[in-house]
Design a protein around this ligand. Structure first.
Ligand code: KIV
Ligand code: ZN
Length: 512
């Protein structure tokens, strides 16, 4: 019988710490449902003590998810742990994940604590958490740069207190695969009760080795849990990417010999949902989920694949959810067909009224665009205004005029707390004019740090998907908007980013 590898997804916690990737409660809930469909073992839903918003998100996810364990992060103190337990209460299968830094640098400079104090706090926290829930994970933050003797002492003690998973993060992405694998193996060999817990790897991608390091931690170190995020989302260069680590273990089962519960058919839809929700675009050459991941451009490759696909393909595109880019629906499609397609795409909507709103949007889109692809539907349901959440500002209509040699002009109608407002402005281009027309009323003063446009389904007939990243008073937010007219998509993206700035939710960051 082969062993099992536990897939722990932290898109909604570590991934969300990426500047601009913060998500609303409902966005997180939607992604959690998709992760459940993907059959991840553990969903780290958030850091309950970091903000009221995160508490509510963890609570909603713990109540909604039945087939994956739902986890909340908590610093190693009673207050955080009690808050995590409160958010998880009533969930079907829950875990508290408590952490404290153990490297000399972090203990001295960040925590200003002695190793003995960190040891005591680790033991007390795990004991406290185990009195509240049966499944407790302990993480030694900056574990890879910690003294192995000290780590052995801490790990032995927390396992005695009932920690069921021991995580050894490479918090700053400093590890090298072979060294990280050996590090985990040595710890497991030296901790006398190591067999009483599952060992876990958690790697950041600062040197581009998060996936390689995680795989070495599994193969050499004997870790049986891997922590990862969809699309490798995460602070700085991100975390270990779920789709890459899962497909490596699956494709090279001959080498790893491990089983997973994951259903890879849902990988692509999950990747798209995360990218459309956060505005973090997936690069075309990204393994498994990038637009070119299975595209063979060279004649020699195309010829080879047509003769025998395994000449150049080591995975089947269909296995991770790529289907031929088919026209799924059109103007004449009814509500039932639309609802059925949502189910096939793995999208669940909370209420009939959300489906009605999405269907009305679909009809509007079908009037302007004869062929509606899966990507269009996914963009449409990711648009937060479909569910009316966070809508302090809402898009109504836009007209703009641009002509060679003339300064473009835009007129926009949008709502502020449900009340219609009208704005006018000139600009360098139609997009600039439209955003200035909004800003003339809103006066956010936010600085735009990113503006990007993507064609959702690849041609000029496609919808444009615009991401706008705004920075204001030290906060960074992303807004995403989709429309066949990229000027309208830009205005929607701008209003969506303003909505996020307006929601003002402040939070404590885990590695802050
Ligand atoms: O990278 C890290 O150390 C973390 C911990 C909080 C687990 O994300
Ligand atoms: Zn991390």
């Amino acid at each position: 019988m082969s062993e099992k590898l536990v897939i722990f997804d932290t898109t909604l916690r570590d991934g969300e710490q990426s500047p601009g990737a913060s998500m609303t409660r409902d966005e997180k809930l939607r992604i959690a449902r998709q992760l459940e469909r993907l059959r991840v073992d553990v969903i780290e839903a958030g850091f309950a003590a970091s903000s009221n918003g995160d508490f509510e998100a963890v609570r909603a996810i713990a109540h909604a998810i039945k087939d994956s364990t739902v986890c909340s992060l908590a610093r190693a103190n009673d207050k955080d742990i009690a808050r995590a337990a409160a958010a998880l209460e009533g969930g079907n299968s829950v875990r508290i994940h408590t952490f404290i830094a153990t490297s000399p640098l972090h203990m001295e400079k960040k925590l200003r604590m002695t190793p003995d104090e960190v040891f005591e706090q680790s033991v007390q926290s795990v004991r406290f958490a185990r009195n509240l829930v049966g499944d407790v994970e302990f993480s030694a933050e900056d574990g890879y740069r910690s003294d192995p003797d000290f780590l052995c002492r801490v790990f032995e003690a927390v396992i005695k207190q009932g920690a069921t998973t021991i995580n050894v993060p490479d918090t700053v992405g400093y590890a090298i695969p072979e060294l990280y694998g050996n590090f985990i193996r040595d710890l497991r060999e030296r901790v006398p009760n190591s067999d009483k817990a599952i060992w876990s790897v958690h790697c950041h991608n600062d040197l581009g080795m998060a996936v390689a390091n995680s795989l070495a931690g599994i193969k050499i170190g004997g870790a049986r849990q891997v922590e990862c995020t969809i699309n490798g989302l995460g602070e700085r260069a991100g975390n270990c990417s779920l789709e890459e680590v899962v497909m490596a273990v699956r494709t090279r089962r001959d080498y790893f010999g491990l089983d997973m519960r994951i259903d890879p058919q849902h990988i692509l839809a999950t990747s798209r949902m995360v990218s459309q929700t956060t505005g973090f675009v997936v690069q075309p050459n990204k393994a498994v989920v990038g637009a070119n991941a299975f595209a063979h451009a060279s004649g020699i490759h195309q010829d080879g694949v047509l003769k025998a696909r395994d000449t150049y393909e080591i995975m089947r595109a269909e296995d991770v959810g790529w289907a031929a880019n088919k026209i799924v629906l059109g103007k004449l499609s009814g509500r039932n067909a639309f609802k059925q397609r949502l189910v096939e795409l793995g999208v669940s909507m909370e209420s009939e009224s959300d489906i009605n709103t999405a269907f009305a949007r679909f009809k509007e889109l079908a009037d302007r665009k004869s062929e509606i692809f899966d990507e269009d539907i996914l963009a449409l349901v990711s648009d937060e205004s479909v569910t009316h959440e966070n809508e302090h500002y809402g898009f109504v209509s836009l007209s703009q005029h641009s002509e060679t040699g003339e300064r473009p002009h835009a007129s926009i109608v949008f709502t502020v707390q449900g009340k219609e407002t009208h704005g006018d402005s000139d600009g360098n281009g139609p997009v600039d004019a439209s955003l200035k027309a909004i800003e003339a009323h809103v006066h956010s003063g936010a600085e735009m740090v990113l503006y990007s446009v993507n064609a959702i389904s690849g041609s000029t007939e496609s919808q444009g998907e615009v991401t706008v990243r705004l920075q204001s008073s030290g906060r960074i937010v992303n807004g995403v908007g989709a429309d066949p007219d990229i000027v309208v998509a830009s205005a929607k993206a701008y209003l969506s980013a303003l909505n996020k700035l307006h929601s003002k939710a402040e939070r404590v960051l885990a590695q802050g």
